[in-house]
Design a protein around this ligand. Structure first.
Ligand SMILES: [Ca+2]
Length: 88
């Protein structure tokens, strides 16, 4: 998978997450969702966002690994499989 594709997927995930957050915060402020700690962020969204952050970090670490390989040996790295990216 090309790095630019990963970049666009990451940006898209963040944009969707931001939109969901804005909608969820609005719903929390209207009292439509559970918000036990009263920070206007629905508790279910706080949990989901923590999971998403973990996933993004996994992808980000994979990309960093590939970039490091490309910096070290451009010809070899481009021929290698990058198993870290398939896991993401
Ligand atoms: Ca909350």
């Amino acid at each position: 998978m090309a790095l630019s594709t990963l970049f666009y997927i990451t940006i898209t995930v963040f944009v969707i997450a931001i939109i969901l957050n804005v909608v969820a915060i609005w719903m929390a402020s209207k009292g439509l969702t559970r918000d036990d700690n009263n920070n206007f962020i629905p508790d279910i969204l706080e949990e989901k966002f923590a999971e998403l952050k973990k996933d993004v970090k996994t992808v980000s670490d994979s990309v960093k690994g590939v970039v490091k390989k490309l910096d070290a040996k451009p010809e070899e790295a481009s021929k290698e499989d990058n198993p870290g990216l398939d896991d993401a």
